[in-house]
Design a protein around this ligand. Structure first.
Ligand code: HAM
Length: 408
């Protein structure tokens, strides 16, 4: 049998409906904020991601699905959306007059990571990219938008923000940081590579020993230029004014190299420990890096599988209610149809008109979140009984049909 590749999943039935529901909510909010749909290729030149996401990132360093196509082009399945959308913006010459453009997208991204709960090799993002707007109000607006999406989905989140400085201040900070890092020994292999390619990435290393080594590292917030300081302060004030709680996190540098100024992440504790369910920030220098005229860009992406995992978990924890009533043979459907009429005087009843195997009915009852499972088969019909199972405490027995209403 040929199976799906590790870290890649089929999506159908209830999960497909949930996927559509999440995307629909994201899209509604995005449209209300003035964003339009963009679709762009899944396959791009590898150098697009090397130049944007950056050589220091784990994505470019170890996670890309790269290969040569038949014309010997070095190509790569998109590991994220921002680079492709920026390429589109430049290719359509919208960078020439710094056009204001707001796009949203959703679809597959590919990263060769170690699969685990909420981490796949093909996963889906809903993302937005906003071009031509230098104002920090736009950064705040994107955070408000994410907040609105999560509140519509009933997901509790924590927000972390940081400022990564701009071309004026980040250089000076990096020099001081490198000086500090050079004075310490024992960094992990990854950090040694990051130190060379983009030293601020050392700040978010998960290795405990590296974390200890950087305890007294110079702080980015103390090296921001006046403009970055002003914008960062304004962002915090706008979030406070809009009752959005947040934490300023000096170590939030994001795993992609293209950010400057605002960086943010929404975290949830509901699937494993502190999982990032969305992340984004400003990337003003990226348009120029990719060969366009310098301009402004800010955006975010939500991890759809992580959102779905949270919603599925919440659904499991939801109080079960109602009765799932079914039969093993189609000749008993008339009997349960009559029975349902009576039970519905007092109970919520999901009635299955289809005869199925017991396991299939139980599965269906579980999906419909019923509390009581009632099923009639050959033995039950003979004895004028019904099979009863409490899906909460798993108690099961056969009940005489005449006693059923009293026993429920
Ligand atoms: P990112 O933080 O790499 O940012 O990804 C955004 C979200 O995608 C993460 O917060 C997470 O929820 C989800 N995600 C990432 N990797 C996986 C995976 N292997 N399996 C499941 N979900 C995953 C970006 O991709 C940027 N392009 C965001 C952005 C847009 N910044 C500016 N504009």
């Amino acid at each position: 049998m040929i199976k799906a590749l590790k870290g890649m999943k089929d999506l159908y039935d209830e999960q497909a409906l949930l996927y559509e529901k999440v995307i629909k909510i994201c899209e509604e909010v995005a449209r209300n904020y003035g964003f339009d749909f963009i679709n762009f290729p899944h396959l791009e030149f590898t150098r697009l991601f090397k130049r944007s996401v950056g050589e220091s990132s784990d994505i470019v360093g170890k996670e890309m699905y790269e290969f040569k196509d038949k014309a010997e082009n070095e190509v790569c399945l998109r590991p994220e959306g921002t680079a492709g959308v920026v390429r589109s913006y430049i290719e359509a010459k919208m960078d020439k007059n710094q056009s204001v453009k707001k796009w949203f997208y959703h679809g597959s991204m590919f990263r060769y990571e170690r699969p685990q709960k909420g981490r796949l090799r093909e996963f889906h993002q809903f993302g937005v990219e906003s071009f031509g707007n230098p104002s920090v109000y736009e950064d705040a607006s994107l955070i408000l938008m994410l907040n609105e999406i999560f509140s519509r989905l009933n997901i509790v989140t924590q927000l972390k923000i940081n400022s990564l400085g701009c071309a004026t201040c980040i250089g000076v900070y990096k020099e001081k940081l490198i000086e500090y890092l050079n004075s310490k020994d024992g960094f992990c292999e990854d950090c040694l590579r990051r130190k060379r390619l983009n030293p601020i990435r050392v700040l978010d290393c998960k290795n405990e020993f590296c974390q200890e080594l950087i305890t007294n590292a110079p702080k980015m917030s103390e090296h921001l230029c006046e403009c970055c300081k002003k914008d960062y302060k304004k962002l915090q004030q706008l979030l406070q004014d809009n009752k959005i709680s947040f934490e300023c996190d000096e170590k939030l540098v994001r795993g992609l190299d293209y950010y400057s100024k605002t960086a943010f992440e929404f975290i949830s504790n509901e699937i494993g420990s502190k999982s990032a369910i969305a992340g984004g920030g400003r990337y003003d220098r990226l348009i120029e890096y990719l060969g366009g005229k310098s301009g402004y860009g800010v955006g975010f992406a939500i991890g759809i599988e992580r959102i779905m995992a949270i919603l599925e978990q919440q659904n499991l924890q939801k109080q079960r209610e109602g009765i799932y009533l079914c039969a093993l043979d189609s000749s008993y459907i008339d009997t349960i149809f009559k029975l349902a009429k009576n039970l519905r005087k007092q109970h919520k009843v999901f009635l299955s008109y289809e005869a199925k195997k017991l396991a299939k009915h139980l599965n269906q009852a579980d999906i419909s979140n019923a509390k009581i499972f009632l099923c009639i088969g050959e033995t039950e019909i003979k004895n004028q009984e019904i099979f009863y199972k409490n899906l909460e405490n798993k108690e099961n027995k056969n009940i005489k049909l005449v006693d059923l209403e009293n026993e429920l």
